[in-house]
Design a protein around this ligand. Structure first.
Ligand SMILES: Cc1cc2nc3c(=O)[nH]c(=O)nc-3n(C[C@H](O)[C@H](O)[C@H](O)COP(=O)(O)OP(=O)(O)OC[C@H]3O[C@@H](n4cnc5c(N)ncnc54)[C@H](O)[C@@H]3O)c2cc1C
Length: 338
């Protein structure tokens, strides 16, 4: 295995930040992974697992070893009358995995079509879209401890999934490389078309009895029309989480801002659309230097070309400060800052 030095990460993160890594290795087998992390030269080096780089913002160079996960393979592990247990290597492109499932008629992840990134990153923030999260179909994952190369299995409870959250963003942050993920997909899927614009898109296409293929196609069409393509303009999708605030606070705000969108959250909380808050503070489409919030999607922080990670973070903080001042709500960053 080749270990590259002073590797440019510009084409390995969707913000297009021109940061460098001291060392960089492409991981194509678990044996390679174990060999490199146990190697005396790299054993104590800081390590970062990189998938598609679609949820990372480099604010500086990475002084350590980047392990670029390219582990491949999709395997049908098991099946019964109702379900299949489908395992994928962590480096499989998430959307290709979704299409594989959809083509076979196995349901549960079709609403997550076209989310960028890899299968291995999907549990990190429990990716979600259009009323579905991976926790709904997740069965288990295998991970290698980066300290001693031991193998560990995590079921859904052990992953501690929450809204854009799991133990891999908290207590287990940076400790493991996820090497495979197994999903339990349904042979008789129950479609979830009520969320977002899926129903309208299906109607526009004249689909009255949708299949999972139809739902996947509808999601692809909606996402392609709504979200900025990182190949054209650097971004990492939603930069902030939708905040969950006490329902009493939501009602007080609603009296002042009658159009404030809110959805029932966990126990006495309401989830508020962060995009609305950002737009109300005047950030939507506003460009400062090389950065700004996207003109159609206020929640998406964009690099208009040549911005540094620090410039993007400074802008995110400006947005956070103004939302806090106007609404008394703290916006939490969803993207991983390095
Ligand atoms: C245009 C756009 C739209 C998006 N839409 C959505 C959306 O609808 N819903 C949503 O949830 N997300 C969305 N995202 C965010 C992103 O696609 C997901 O978070 C995705 O799972 C990131 O995958 P990745 O492989 O690119 O991870 P990376 O950005 O490479 O890594 C993200 C984090 O996970 C860690 N990591 C990655 N792989 C592993 C592994 N194998 N083992 C251990 N740690 C690992 C990294 O160290 C890093 O901390 C969007 C992003 C973009 C650019």
């Amino acid at each position: 295995m080749v270990i590259e030095k002073d590797k440019s990460l510009k084409h390995l993160n969707t913000f297009g930040i021109d940061a460098k890594a001291s060392y960089y290795a492409e991981i194509r087998t678990i044996e390679d992974l174990c060999a490199v992390i146990l190697h005396p030269m790299y054993r104590s080096a800081p390590k970062l697992i990189l998938g598609g780089g679609s949820n990372i913002l480099f604010k500086q160079n990475f002084n350590g070893l980047i392990l670029h996960n390219l582990l491949q393979g999709i395997e049908l592990l098991n099946e019964d009358e109702n379900f299949v247990f489908l395992k994928a290597g962590a480096g499989v492109i998430w959307h290709e995995f979704v299409l594989y499932a959809v083509q076979h008629g196995w349901g549960g992840i079709e609403n997550l079509s076209l989310i960028p990134g890899t299968v291995g990153a999907s549990p990190i923030q429990n990716i979600g879209a259009y009323g579905t999260e991976i926790k709904d179909t997740f069965y288990e994952l295998e991970a290698i401890d980066l300290q001693d190369a031991t193998t560990h299995r995590f079921n859904a409870t052990a992953c501690g999934f929450g809204y854009r959250d799991s133990i891999f963003k908290r207590e287990a942050k940076g400790r493991f490389m996820i090497v495979s993920v197994t999903f339990r997909l349904s042979k008789s899927p129950v479609l979830n078309t009520r969320y977002g614009a899926i129903e309208q898109e299906l109607q526009a296409e004249g689909v009255t009895q949708p299949t999972i293929q139809d739902v996947s196609k509808a999601v692809i069409a909606i996402r392609s029309s709504k979200l900025p393509d990182p190949k054209i303009i650097g971004n990492a999708g939603s930069f902030f989480k939708n905040p969950e605030i006490p329902t009493s606070q939501f009602e007080t705000l609603k009296a002042v801002f009658p159009e404030l969108p809110g959805y029932p959250g966990l126990e006495g909380t309401t989830k508020v659309a962060a995009g609305y808050l950002i737009e109300q503070c005047g950030w939507k489409g506003k460009v400062i230097g090389k950065v700004g919030m996207h003109r159609q999607q206020a929640l998406v922080l964009v690099n208009h070309g040549g911005a540094t990670g620090q410039e993007l973070i400074d802008h995110a903080v400006r947005v956070q400060d103004s939302v806090l001042e106007k609404f008394g709500i703290h916006l939490e960053m969803e993207v991983n800052i390095l």
